[in-house]
Design a protein around this ligand. Structure first.
Ligand code: SF4
Length: 53
């Protein structure tokens, strides 16, 4: 099983970096960013380390 980074909780099971058996990311670090010019709510932010499984 991939190493679960307990500092990064994540429920995006369609990501290649998700641990699948547990809701954590397997990366040592992730990049968070935004696709909005003026982000105002959580929907405005993105995990830019996401990779399609
Ligand atoms: S890279 Fe981002 S979306 Fe993918 S498992 Fe890690 S935190 Fe979740």
């Amino acid at each position: 099983m991939e190493h679960a980074n307990h500092c990064i909780s994540c429920t995006v099971k369609s990501c290649a970096h998700h641990c699948q058996s547990t809701d954590y990311c397997s990366l040592d670090k992730i990049q968070v960013g935004t696709h909005e010019p003026h982000p105002a709510m959580d929907e405005c932010t993105d995990c830019q380390s996401f990779q399609k499984k």
